[in-house]
Design a protein around this ligand. Sequence first.
Ligand code: NDP
Length: 333
Amino acid sequence: MRWALIGASRIASSYMINAIRAQEGAEIVSVLSSSAERGEAYARENGIAQSFTDLDAQLADETVDAVYVSTTNEKHHAQALAAIAAGKHVLCEKPLAMSLEEAADMVRAAAEKGVVFATNHHLRNAGSHLAIRDLISSGRIGKVLSARVFHAVNLPDALRGWRINDAAAGGGVIPDITVHDADTIRFHLGEDPVEVVAKAGTSGLGEGVEDSVMSVWSMPSGAMVQSHESFTHRFAGTGIEFHGTDGSIFARNVMTQEPVGEIRLVTAEGESAVPFETHNLYEYSLGLFGKAVNGIGGPSADGIDGIKSLAVALAVREAAQSAKAVAVNYGGF
Ligand code: NDP
């Protein structure tokens, strides 16, 4: 599969370029940047043959099968639509777009064109999360009563740009991290949050956008979810917990891009460590994407998953801004 990168981003250079190249027969042929100079430097540093500043010119390459969109969030919509129109399969970064309508546009356009469209929600590819989901779906903790997500991190210095000061580019911890937590909860519980309440604010980094948020979500099954995301917590560590009628799952350091962490299961029989696979999250996701392109199964997180995680994040932001409970609007999806 021949890939074009839309966006000379850090996530691509840190994780995705290597993960794409780890796929059998995969090649990255070009990168798009809004700056010719940055694009050329990025292409050189990452061993990519061509850089473009014009998206149409990049997409005119008929040998390109798929694109990876990892620009700032406000650009995903137009760029993904152009790629779809050019017949390319699309792996798009989260949040898919700035609004539900835009995200829905992208997913509908891909379906009409018959191309694979995926959302890069990495956590559901982690061995830790696959093991947690198996525990829950096999009934090891009985009926799930509640979940707690701890995803308050220390935003690395290098990422303290548009994420903390540019609302128009999709900055803020809600579009950045709450979307991942929404996707992870949906992945584990197999149901979509119905209503949310939330408080958001700034705690040292946010300039015009929130850097911290806490929210509570109600689920159709009656389970309650408590979620905490922040950019300003240096020592908090991450984790996720599920509490059921027959047991509890305590997972630590698993809300991360690395295949690390630990999981403990507590039931009436006692406490035990849960083993899990430690494969690379992004390579795993790209493996499923490649199979989907070849007509086998679907991507790890598809476009509808991306719409739904965005819908939850938008509801959390609205709930925080209005100080009211907000019903999550999935736009009919
Ligand atoms: P970056 O800030 O690294 O890149 C985003 C854009 O910023 C690039 O496309 C680039 O524009 C521009 N840019 C990069 N470096 C510079 C610079 N030195 N000066 C000026 N502009 C620059 O973003 P991230 O890689 O952190 O995030 C990109 C997307 O990926 C976002 O949508 C984010 O939400 C998502 N993401 C997802 C993760 C996941 O695990 N799924 C993890 C991290 C991010 P141009 O392309 O025009 O050169």
